[in-house]
Design a protein around this ligand. Sequence first.
Ligand code: PLP
Length: 458
Amino acid sequence: MTTSDIDSIAMMDRSTVMHPFTHLKNHASGKDDGPIIIDGGRGIRITDAAGRKYIDGFAGLYCVNIGYGRTEVAQAIADQARKLAYYHCYAGHTTEGLARLSDRLVRMAPGRMSKVFYGLSGSDANETNIKLVWYYHNLIGKPKKKKIIARERGYHGCSIVSGSLTGLSFYHDYMDLPVSGILRAGVPHHYWGGRPGESEEAFSERRAAELEAMILREGPDTIGAFIAEPVLGTGGITPPPSGYWDKIQAVLRKHEILLIADEVITGFGRIGTPFGSHLYGMEPDLITSAKGLTAAYAPLSACIISEKVYAAMEQASDRIGAFSHGYTYSGHPLGVAAANAVLDIVERDGLIHYAAETGAYLQQQMQQAFSGLPIVGEVRGVGMLAAIEFVADPAKKLRFDAALGVGARISAAVRKRGLIARAMPHGDILGFAPPLIATREDIDEIVAITKEGIAEVM
Ligand code: PLP
């Protein structure tokens, strides 16, 4: 692109695009040095309009798992568009791709799964899953079981209900969220929440006991579901402490509370298993998935529904009629074609197993390079998800003054050197979620650039 092309696109963008998660005035005035025009991508690298290359250490937004520029996926989408760009799947209509994808997802998912319902984003899939929880409880004669427990620092999207489930207050401010009926469980982050000398197991036990106390306080007959990410994502990339999921699930089962696993990030190999639930022995009643499902080659989300929940809905249909929920673009053939082509690659190339191995290397290199630095509180992660949390004083666990923007400055310092690592929206945390195809050499480069960026800001 020529400089004048870049300038005119930048001007149009500043005057007409309302960007998500962006300081509106700084962008409109150009004070944020934006827009950054991204113009191409190949493998794990993207290129901006001025020709600068970056390693995408965050796979877009934890989603481009198979990397950029995969022509076989582009071809599959184009073939489908030529053959049949669209038909809906209401009232029993289907396409070959939709039936094949659903069969594949049910086989791939943990536990006893039965059916798949499609949308376009993680947010809408969470909305659907909450509606399914309410619907299910109405149909089995427990209409009071409607409250949903979500966790502090959980991220479940931005629409009205999914945004309410999200446990980060800046997503609620001035937007009249959360809506009522949402309860908040404590975040399972041992580094910040563990008491001196408390083991991870004991901390998990305490979190489970607090959860049970809340359930008893509210009345178990009023609580429909617990929703959580197997590994906290946007709230700070935080794997659960040991024993956490066993203990939480025991409490949920005892009080007949459904478990929704929000696998939008952890699905499809991100942490080295098909779903995050596999790694932690979770048996969800409902799964939310998106992102890695199509590796972001097209928008598509999938709610994967257990036999237990589905059977109750099917049984009720003679009595109540049709299941009245769905979107024009549910099961859109182009998204479905992308998903099938992406999952073909994931299977053919053994990408989940590869991500487990490369992920172990990523974790080891991160620990080795950054643990113990004078501004590093914790280095953590699992599989191809990692985070470095910066603090002013690691011995005293003192946070930096938020106004210093340490995480954002380190993210800018690595970007300048050709690496995208995300300053997480909460705290001074630098997040990494490279495409699953990254090699050990790529990881070495990510670590080396990060070292330089930290040194610049330290
Ligand atoms: N759930 C989780 C765990 C997510 O990480 C996200 C997005 O990052 C969402 C839901 C929302 O997905 P979307 O942005 O596609 O609506």
